[in-house]
Design a protein around this ligand. Structure first.
Ligand code: DNO
Length: 364
């Protein structure tokens, strides 16, 4: 397991590379150029600048996140070919600088969604991201987008890029006539174009699940269960068409058995990387994010790490995902330093324990 950390770049993150490097067992980053709009080419110069800075701090940069797919591709508009061509140029440019995995999503319009970015946790006074479908019911998509932007402590949030959401109302209207099957066909068109290029340059595309793991605002969401991902990996059969298995996104729906899903896709060699975090169920379609420790939430982190250990390559990329805000830290919601660093240490500890138990079992 290669332990990594999401970092937004020195102009945009409250955390420094030095701090990340000092977390025990950290091999590198899941990086992002958060100023890039969907559909734009990530130029060689931009990638070089970011990667050089990461390398200078003694960290690897083999995974890049949020290379966002332009809405015209997802909606299957005639203009999609030009955006796909740009995406392919970005893939080639990233490969040139040593990137091995690209994390992206194929969610219509919105990336992840929460109704509160800083819900106070009564037990200890920390706060975390929170979702309640009942609260969502009374809000329009535009209201939730505005509220999310206002509550983000002045930081940009992944998936909530202002340019992308500027035309929200128009885009939502266009989606009314797109069924899940049509949406999946558009997805296949995209994969058929990009996956052969990935195979050629040695990159794996890793799709991130819908978060939360069910349909929202009537949009055609098609990536939130084992069955959904079975269909996705079959759209273009290649190890380069892989998953970013996010335990917290899929785990927002208690019907998803996360260790079983990891084993299923791990055995097929379709997991390129994982985001690992915990969630606490509070009721029907209502949850908050918890500390990584199993006993503070509803996911069994031991079983999750064991499933990764048993079925994924030894050097699979993992990162602790959203943390709570603790110790009065002010930062990008979900992406502070302290709780994610605790998460990384805990996950590394679980891995060491599973590894040593397996070695003992082999000897006896
Ligand atoms: C949320 C992140 C996601 C993820 C994107 C990939 O916090 O995990 O925004 O990076 O869905 O495109």
């Amino acid at each position: 397991m290669k332990m990594t950390f999401r970092w937004y770049g020195s102009d945009s993150d409250s955390i420094t590379l030095k701090q990340i490097k000092q977390i025990p067992g950290m091999s590198g980053l899941m990086g992002v150029l958060d100023y890039k709009a969907a559909g734009e080419v990530w130029t060689k110069e931009e990638i070089r600048e970011y990667v050089d800075e990461v390398h200078a701090a003694g960290l690897e940069c083999e995974v890049i996140e949020s290379v966002n797919v332009h809405e015209d591709i997802k909606m299957g508009l005639p203009t999609r070919d030009e955006y796909i061509a740009n995406y392919i140029t970005t893939i080639r440019n990233l490969a040139e600088y040593g990137i091995k995995v690209i994390v992206y999503n194929f969610m219509p319009v919105l990336d992840w969604l929460r109704t509160d970015l800083a819900r106070v946790i009564e037990e200890d006074g920390s706060n975390s991201l929170y979702f309640d479908e009942r609260e969502l019911g009374s809000m329009t998509p535009l209201e939730i987008v505005r509220k999310t932007a206002e509550d983000s402590n002045g930081f940009t949030l992944p998936g909530w890029e202002p340019e992308r959401l500027a035309e929200l109302e128009k885009t939502l209207k266009q989606y009314e006539s797109i069924t899940p099957d049509m949406f999946r066909a558009n997805y296949k068109y995209f994969l058929d174009a990009v996956i052969p290029v990935c195979e050629e340059v040695g990159i794996r595309m890793a799709v991130h699940p819908d978060d939360p793991a069910w349909p929202i605002f009537g949009l055609p969401r098609i990536s939130h269960s084992q069955e959904d991902f079975d269909k996705i990996v079959a759209l273009h059969d290649s190890p380069a068409n892989a998953l970013c298995l996010c335990t917290g996104s899929l785990g927002s729906n208690p019907d998803n058995d996360i260790p079983a899903i990891i084993r299923h896709f791990g055995e097929m060699d379709r997991i390129a990387c994982l985001h690992i975090r915990n969630v606490k169920y509070l009721g029907y379609r209502r949850f908050r994010e918890a500390a990584h420790l199993s006993s503070t939430g509803d996911l069994d982190m031991f079983e999750i790490v064991k499933a990764v250990y048993d079925t994924c390559p030894r050097d699979v990329y993992v990162r602790p995902d959203h943390g709570r805000m603790i110790w009065d830290e002010v930062g990008r919601p979900g992406y502070g330093l302290y709780d994610r660093a605790l998460g990384a240490a805990y996950l590394n500890g679980l891995w060491e324990a599973v590894d040593k138990c397996a070695a003992t079992a082999r000897r006896s």
